[in-house]
Design a protein around this ligand. Structure first.
Ligand SMILES: *Cc1c(COP(=O)(O)O)cnc(C)c1O
Length: 422
């Protein structure tokens, strides 16, 4: 399988090349040249998750140097549960928060880290991964890459822009993972990282790569849980579910659209965004107007210029198709709070603020439809929002607790490239 760029300005890459480089040389994003039909085995509801991952991902790695490693890669990367819990008769919650940092980004990060480690074996120059993070991404990437040979990671986060628990997850590492608290905003962090990628001097000294959601290696594994969840839902209820997905950069949603195009039994897909409403405005007005993000309770979705929209537009190049297939609705902080409270009172389930956006959209848009609400993070990561609303403490899952208890270490730097790679 080859992976062309969304902008068509360079040669298609192999899977490994796309994973190594992150961004395509023409500035576009790598996409599969076709979305292969799922094998009957991939849709078997009884298949264990790592084996399903191998079935779904195999065509993408056909002929690639990673092909022989794929079964083992899937076994190692996806060693945590992926439950589909019941909210009501026809509604399930897909819990994507049982990985090392209790958010869905663990799926992509764990797979990418192990894939890159294998590609590094035999390479003399170490690979340096730079990540700017507003919170969740940096933690997932740090956890996944910690201890991988031949790869070092530098995580930049805004000194005053992350929650206490997020800071702990970013700074509990040693060895090949270094964390930098930047005196500035998330945008400053991102600017320093972009400068590094553009600097000829830096690229002579380092082999740089990125692990944010533009990397194909983070997106492909995100198709698997949609195949998994929709196959289980169909087997259990006899119906195809609609999916409701909390979205920011839209990487998670792209996985769902790809899964459906491959034949996963998914009726329709709806996106829920927070007060950052660039995507719904674009879909109704037809004009794309990126803007600075505003802070919300669902902070991992505070995105003013969703990077993976380029992949969705590539998938649906015709305006009418895009408008028909992609629906997005914005949810306010007030609606997030009400939803967390109401769902807890009604069912005892505790939702994180991102998942609450999706549940709100489901109730408004498709109250009667068989559906799956995608839960992107464990509520314990957002305890300062959630606990006052439900009036009780949220138990911290063991993997997360281990990170929160580890000693913390980081450097504080000015937002300048010399301070990071001087
Ligand atoms: C990153 C993140 C999102 C948004 O995912 P995208 O792929 O950027 O759309 C939603 N919820 C949580 C908890 C996240 O960490």
């Amino acid at each position: 399988m080859r992976f062309p760029s969304t902008r068509g300005g360079c040669e298609p890459a192999s899977a490994s090349e796309a994973l190594r480089t992150g961004l395509a040389p023409d500035g576009g994003l790598f996409v599969p040249e076709l979305l292969p039909a799922l094998s009957p085995a991939a849709l078997d509801p009884a298949l264990p998750y790592p084996e399903r991952a191998r079935e779904v991902l195999a065509p993408f790695f056909e002929g690639d140097e990673l092909e022989p490693d794929l079964p083992e890669l899937c076994r190692e990367a996806f060693d945590f549960p992926v439950p589909l819990t019941r909210l009501s008769d026809r509604v399930r919650i897909l819990e994507l928060f049982h990985g090392p940092t209790a958010a869905f980004k663990d799926f992509g990060a764990c797979f990418l880290a192990r894939a890159l480690e294998r590609l590094q074996s035999g390479e003399k120059t170490p690979l340096t991964i730079l990540v700017a993070t507003s919170g969740d991404t940096g933690g997932a990437v740090a956890a996944a890459f910690h201890g991988r040979t031949g790869i070092s990671v530098r995580v930049l986060f805004p000194e005053d822009g992350v929650s206490e628990r997020q800071r702990k997850q970013l700074t509990c590492w040693d060895g090949n993972v270094a964390s930098y608290a930047v005196r500035g905003t998330f945008d400053d962090c991102q600017r320093v990282v972009k400068e590094a990628f553009r600097s000829p001097e830096i690229s002579r000294r380092f082999r740089l790569s990125s692990a944010n959601s533009i990397n194909l290696g983070r997106l492909l594994p995100q198709t698997v849980y949609y195949v998994h969840a929709s196959a289980l839902f169909l087997a259990e209820t006899g119906e195809k579910p609609a999916l409701v997905i909390p979205s920011g950069n839209v990487g998670n949603a792209v996985g769902a659209y790809w899964a459906r195009a491959m034949g996963a039994p998914i009726a329709r897909i709806a996106l829920a965004v927070n007060a950052n409403r660039v995507l719904p405005d674009f879909l109704t007005e037809g004009i794309y107007r990126p803007r600075p993000s505003v802070r919300t309770l669902a902070n991992a979705m505070d995105v003013g210029d969703p990077s993976n929209l380029e992949r969705l537009r590539f998938l649906f190049p015709e305006r009418e198709t895009l408008e028909r297939e992609v629906s997005a609705r914005s949810v306010t902080d007030g609606e997030i709070r009400d939803t967390i409270r109401r769902v807890f009172e009604g069912s005892g389930l505790v939702l994180c603020p991102h998942t609450a956006c999706a549940e709100y959209v489901r109730e408004r848009r498709m109250p009667e439809a068989p559906s799956i609400v995608v839960a992107t993070a464990h509520p314990a990561k957002f305890e300062t929002v959630v606990e006052p609303l439900i009036g009780q403490a949220v138990p911290v899952p063991p993997a997360l607790a281990a990170l929160l208890d580890a000693p913390s270490r980081h450097e504080t730097i000015e937002p300048r490239l010399e301070e990071l790679l001087g």
